[in-house]
Design a protein around this ligand. Sequence first.
Ligand SMILES: [Zn+2]
Ligand SMILES: [Zn+2]
Length: 144
Amino acid sequence: MAATSDPHVRDRIAAYAETTPEPPPLGSHGIETTGCPRCRGTMWRQRDLFVCSACGDMKGADPMTCPRCLTAMKPPAPGRHPHLQRYACPFCPRKAAPGDTREQIEERERQRARAVRLLDAAIQERPSAQALLRDRRLTAKGHG
Ligand SMILES: [Zn+2]
Ligand SMILES: [Zn+2]
């Protein structure tokens, strides 16, 4: 919400709210906004559409798509805090926050993969941890 101190933006948002039968939903996901590709104004989410408060342009709020599998990602569980909401790809480990670009999704995945690599390296440097994991696996099998 960078520009709400700008009186023009505030007027436009107020006018938009007055002329819009349904105000932006204030559900568990909070207010979602995005940039207008036409005038760079603020677009507000209205169910499945983003509507620009400046020029009235609309665009569909696409479901998040996995940049690798090109598949719609599973939406976040309802009721989660907006900052914790994550879409999840059903075919690979990629996760996305609402509104992530494909670059942000790939960056998330790079960070996750790096964390896993570091964890693996740490485990390999510690034979005791390896033995512990092996024991657990054997125990789990033994009782299966
Ligand atoms: Zn616009
Ligand atoms: Zn995927």
